[in-house]
Design a protein around this ligand. Sequence first.
Ligand SMILES: Nc1ncnc2c1ncn2[C@@H]1O[C@H](COP(=O)(O)OP(=O)(O)OP(=O)(O)O)[C@@H](O)[C@H]1O
Ligand SMILES: [Mg+2]
Length: 358
Amino acid sequence: MTNVPDVVTSTEPQETGPEGAIPAAILAVLRRAGFVAADIEPCFVALTGGVASDIWKVEAGGTPIVVKRALSKLRVAAEWLAPVERNAAEADWFRVVGTIVPEAVPKILFHDAPSGLFAMPYFPPQRYPVWKAQLRDGAVDQHFAARVGATLGRIHAATMDSAPLAERFANDETFHAIRLEPYLEATARRHTTLADRLMELSRATLACRQALVHGDVSPKNILAGPAGPVLLDAECAWYGDPAFDLAFCLNHLLLKCVWNRAAAPRFLAAYDVLREAYFGEIPSAVAAGIEARTARLLPALFLARIDGKSPVEYITTDADRDLVRSAAIPLILAPAAQLSAIRNSWASTLQNDGQGLT
Ligand SMILES: Nc1ncnc2c1ncn2[C@@H]1O[C@H](COP(=O)(O)OP(=O)(O)OP(=O)(O)O)[C@@H](O)[C@H]1O
Ligand SMILES: [Mg+2]
């Protein structure tokens, strides 16, 4: 989940400090599930300093696995509570999506609802680097970006208009609490002239029930694996507006232009191919609607990563923050119908700010 400033987290195992020590209750669950034999003392390594979940790599003689357990109180300075049921929703999202694009998600090895944890295979960072780290370095693989778009499009297309899935992922309350409120509504409080539009956007987004949404399609949660993207971190899973996922992901490509200015033309190209590949998978009857809703959400999310509750950590100067605001605000006030218009508008903002776009 990403509710706090993004950082590149490493999948390299870190020292297990006192906080990373494995609770006995979790070890007991793993033993009961048959993942750790009674006579084996497993090796647990905390994978990240994760703020939303505890994540451990577990080695017990065989192939390593990863155990993820949601925290009820996030490890941030502010009091931030999030329901632990999101761990079950995440496991469920992986199960459903595993039937659509099995290569693009971890397989759920087991899920223990009472202890709020599930286990999945371990993806070694040497073969599965985090996409965000590649983008930071300006390594923008256009083919990979297209694979991300196509994967997302396939998930949305395959889950569209499904009453059983709508019921299974009726997570409106959590989605509102951990996505719409911290991004759109927090930004509405900072920008009174945009408040009505952003609040209406939040309401309209929550009211849309069209497809299975991941909710956190950020490069930080995508591994660049040898067989294409692997999507992680589906804690925000919700049956709702697929435009949210597309906008969320495209937003990161726009923001990355500020992070690595020299690579901006490649990020814009990746935006184009991701969008095209996405719509290549979407039935034409619904494509224009999704595009229009994405075009409304995108500038709002763009501004939200500056002025909402979860600002990106890599946009650090007032000049850069103002640059994003100057591009986002007009597009919130007068939404574009097409995503290419948003890209072109951002490109000309970059072109004209003195640093150019080379
Ligand atoms: N199965 C896995 N194999 C290897 N690395 C993993 C695996 N699952 C998670 N990770 C690593 O741990 C990081 C955090 O995982 P995840 O995003 O699921 O947790 P989170 O607590 O929701 O994180 P955050 O709040 O920081 O986004 C991932 O970005 C990835 O680097
Ligand atoms: Mg994550």
